[in-house]
Design a protein around this ligand. Structure first.
Ligand SMILES: Cc1ncc(COP(=O)(O)O)c(C=O)c1O
Length: 409
């Protein structure tokens, strides 16, 4: 009998939306394409030589332990390193008991949703939000409630209304250089949110993979530092060192750790032991600040270059964000244009971005474009934005002409 695979697929799996980014990467991963679509860190700054040295060292000194099964919570010295780094940076008192090492922060998102959400229960997030989080959370079939994101951060009035209306107790957000918008919560929003969490008994999943990629403005404390009992703070080495190593962490209240540990054990026993020891060796033998200094400088130059190109080549009807860190600019087209249609035309011109629709759980985002600047040279940014600008100008003229013709008849 022929197997009907489709009939075997679970509702959870069917509920996971496709990733435009991952699909488009395979189409546009050709040298002649200018891609503002992926969220890729700039490979120029990957510390390949230092990693090679660190690898040789761990194999020489501790090869057998490195290749053995290991603790589910993660390599203790690495957890201690994370505590030391952030305790110094934010004057906090986290300990290795608060930290669990994950397979990138993407796994942390999956784990936290598994921890809190039953099918059909409300889950709040920013509008728009990170596509990978929407994918991870969709497997648990929550009832999504997206909450407006202003220039100063999540709209706390709307948040309060949703909490009162739905009884939702779980909020996911990205306070630093949000993906896809580049927006950061200001200090007041962080403080007010910390109070709201307490007032309504809400748990905040604070996703913070871009923490170290601030290139402008002053560093702001994470919401975790303001309300550590009601926040799970997810960090990552992806943007700090390299995404291919797939290492991140959750920093959580100790009371939640036994539950997170069971989830981690059930998922994959523990994060790759070789990778954990490798990063630790790299972090000890090198000053991460040297590396981060170069990355921040480069991203600032790339971001400034993209902003300048937008100002020069995009029509003035287009609004856009100007982030202080991270990797993305969020542009908004006039309401009569459609970014899904625009991206198809852009692909013909060998330039690509992510249309906004991917970042919504509602039927929105048709006027938005996410533009990544971290993985393109200044020449590519200038040329790619010029091509997009020409397409947008043509589309505006076309739409205006169509409207004029329809008004005439
Ligand atoms: C907001 C956000 N969270 C999480 C992730 C996943 O990162 P990681 O590589 O640590 O799994 C990304 C990746 O781009 C992201 O943008």
């Amino acid at each position: 009998m022929e197997t009907n695979y489709e009939s075997l697929i679970s509702k959870s799996c069917k509920n996971i939306p496709k990733s435009f980014v991952r699909e488009i990467l395979s189409v546009c991963d050709k040298p002649e394409f200018i891609s503002f679509a992926g969220g890729l860190p700039n490979p120029t700054y990957f510390p390949v030589e230092q990693m090679k040295e660190a690898f040789e060292k761990i194999m020489e000194t501790d090869g057998k332990a490195t290749m053995q099964y290991a603790e589910s919570q993660g390599y203790y010295p690495l957890r201690q390193w994370i505590c030391d780094w952030y305790n110094t940076k934010y004057n906090m008192q986290i300990t290795p008991e608060n930290i669990l090492i994950t397979n990138g922060s993407q796994q942390a998102l999956d784990m936290t949703c598994k921890l809190f959400i039953n099918s059909g229960e409300p889950l709040m997030m920013e509008k728009p939000s990170y596509l990978g989080a929407i994918q991870a959370f969709s497997a648990y079939r929550p009832e999504f409630h997206q909450i407006r994101l202003n220039n100063s951060g999540i709209d706390l009035n709307e948040l309060e209304n949703v909490v009162l209306k739905t009884g939702s107790r779980i909020l996911y957000g990205i306070p630093n250089f949000q993906n896809p918008t580049g927006i950061s919560y200001n200090h007041q929003t962080r403080e007010d949110l910390a109070i709201l969490l307490d007032w309504y008994g809400i748990m905040f999943i604070e996703d913070d993979p871009y923490n170290e990629i601030r290139f402008d403005g002053e560093s702001l404390s994470p919401v975790y530092a303001l309300n550590p009992l009601q926040t799970i703070w997810c960090g990552s080495f992806s943007k700090m060192v390299s995404p291919g190593i797939r290492a991140g962490w959750v920093c959580a209240p100790k009371e939640l750790m036994p539950h997170l540990l069971r989830i981690k054990q059930a998922a994959d026993l523990h994060t790759n032991n070789i990778v954990q020891r490798l990063i630790y060796r790299f972090l000890c033998d090198n000053d991460p600040n040297d590396h981060l200094f170069k990355v921040r400088q480069a991203y600032k130059t790339q971001k400034d270059c993209m902003i300048q190109a937008i100002q020069q080549h995009f029509p003035e009807e287009i609004s856009y964000t100007d982030p202080e860190g991270g990797m993305f600019i969020w542009a908004t087209l006039p309401s009569f244009l459609n970014s899904d249609k625009l991206v198809q035309e852009a692909i013909q011109e060998k330039v690509v971005f992510v249309p906004g629709r991917s970042f919504y759980t509602t039927n929105d985002g048709y006027q938005n474009m996410r533009l990544n600047y971290s993985n393109s040279s200044e020449e590519m940014i200038e040329e790619g934005i010029k091509r997009l600008g020409n397409l947008i100008k043509k589309a505006i003229i076309r739409e205006k002409e169509t409207k004029l013709i329809s008004q005439t008849y």
